[in-house]
Design a protein around this ligand. Structure first.
Ligand code: CAA
Length: 419
């Protein structure tokens, strides 16, 4: 990259929704007494905390990007660049904008910041936000289906995305002889990690391998599509969460202007952003767009997959975690299940993956997810993860954020500047 980019720090709000103890719904004791935070509160909270955590003066920010997918549908609010400018008086009149790429909106906000740094900016605010719980999961599924090719794919099931990934699960399992238990281990790890993360949507819900390995009354298959219904249970799904994340990205001069040492930061040493046609489907057993983005990111970073010590992957469904591990070069096709089975991707393993719980455990407020992934890697590298901190602070890490059915992919590689 022509000018180097460094993550200085940031903040996540709690990710909440059904199943979170603080989430207000009709059976909650506070129902009618208080509301869940909305889009404005969440975005403001993440940005304000990011400034507080990093000590960055908002007046110094050169540009701002906010990732969001469907604010217009869930919150009847668009024009979120102006919402970002509204999070602090000192941001007024600065160039801020919203970036959209379905569930990769946050990743796109991040690569927009890298472009801005390359073009001469020194301090860039990157945020992501989504609110999804003010509609039922079924109505929300129709909104989220806008990330598919709606005209062609909406009819697959009322729960379009769970069905699209039910399709991937079916073909992946059939092609490689992968079992439901092999995939269920991804859910068990996600909930186990989330149980150690105070900001996680599923911080208080347990998941055992028996429950995650077979449909049951408490963990039903819920699709109407008979071909894919057996392949997706509740426990295979990412959460319908509300939340926001924000980070500050700086150039070398920007880090110096903050009076910081580069050692306090995490450098983004490579990024790959690939987009495939919305109008076509590719091999369901491979995330080919993500794999292409990974190759670009690794080449730019000058590294190989086997040098990476930690990963944040877009587990929108449990099968996606396995497909991601293969697309990122950590396992051969069909073999990612062994990494989960052998504990390699556990917090205590040699390649911890989604230590805060990922999209299944931490939650998936769509526009925030890509930003949260970058912040999670920063927090692990700086020893800030508390009960889910890995033992040895990683030096090299990767994040993979995906939009739609692997149509937009953003892969970023991080180096801890410490030591
Ligand atoms: N037995 C049978 N069926 C049951 C059931 C049971 N015990 N419990 C629930 N169901 C069925 C019902 O059909 C129910 O629908 P109705 O409410 O209309 O009756 C349906 O499951 C949903 O049930 P709930 O509303 O109780 O479930 P929930 O609110 O807890 O949601 C979920 C569960 C549907 C799995 C939801 O978490 C979900 O949709 N998750 C996936 C979210 C998603 O798709 N995100 C996008 C990921 S894709 C991506 O990241 C890329 C991109 O660009 C979009």
């Amino acid at each position: 990259m022509s000018r180097r980019s460094f993550v200085v720090g940031g903040a996540n709000t709690a990710f909440i929704g059904k199943g979170h103890p603080d989430f207000i719904w009709k059976n909650h004791p506070d129902f009618g007494k208080r509301d869940n935070p909305g889009l404005e509160e969440l975005l403001s909270s993440a940005v304000t905390q990011a400034f507080a955590n990093t000590g960055v003066d908002p007046a110094r920010i050169d540009r701002g990007y906010v990732g969001n997918f469907v604010g217009e549908l869930f919150s009847k609010q668009g024009h979120l660049g102006a919402a970002l400018a509204g999070t602090h008086p000192a941001l007024a009149l600065k160039p801020t904008m919203r970036v959209e790429g379905a569930c990769a909106s946050g990743g796109l906000a991040l690569v927009s910041a890298l472009d801005a740094i390359a073009a001469g900016a020194d301090l860039v605010l990157v945020a992501g936000v989504e609110v999804q719980t003010n509609e039922s999961a079924r109505v929300g599924a129709d909104y989220l289906a806008r990330a598919s090719h709606y005209r062609r794919q909406r009819g697959i099931d009322e729960f379009t995305f769970p069905a699209l990934f039910g399709r991937r699960t079916r073909y992946y399992r059939e092609k490689f002889g992968v079992t439901e238990t092999d995939i269920g281990r991804a859910a068990v790890k996600a909930y186990k990690n989330a149980n150690r993360n105070p900001l996680a949507h599923m911080k208080a819900r347990k998941m055992d391998l028996e429950t995650a390995s077979a449909a049951s009354d408490k963990n039903p298959c819920f699709l109407a599509n008979p071909e894919y219904a057996p392949y997706i249970k509740m426990s295979d799904c990412s959460q319908v969460s509300d939340g926001a994340s924000a980070i500050i990205v700086a150039s070398e001069a920007g880090v110096a202007a903050l009076g910081r040492s580069l050692a306090d930061t995490v450098e983004i040493i490579g990024a790959g952003h690939c987009t495939a046609s919305l109008y076509e489907d590719s091999d369901p057993t491979v995330l080919s767009t993500t794999a292409a983005a990974a190759q670009i990111a690794y080449a730019r970073a000058g590294i190989r997959a086997n040098e990476l010590q930690i990963a944040e992957v877009h587990d929108c469904f449990t099968v996606t975690e396995l497909l991601m591990l293969e697309a990122l070069g950590f396992a051969a096709p069909g073999e990612a299940g062994a990494l989960l089975r052998d504990g390699i991707t556990d917090i205590e393993g040699s390649l911890p993956v989604n230590t805060g719980g990922g999209l299944v455990g931490f939650g998936h407020p769509v526009g925030a997810t890509g930003v949260k992934q970058a912040l999670e890697l920063f927090r692990q590298m700086k020893g800030l993860c508390g009960a889910y901190q890995v033992a040895n602070r990683p030096r090299l890490g990767v994040a993979a954020n995906m939009g739609g059915d692997d149509r937009t992919a953003v892969v970023t590689v991080y180096r801890n500047m410490e030591g």
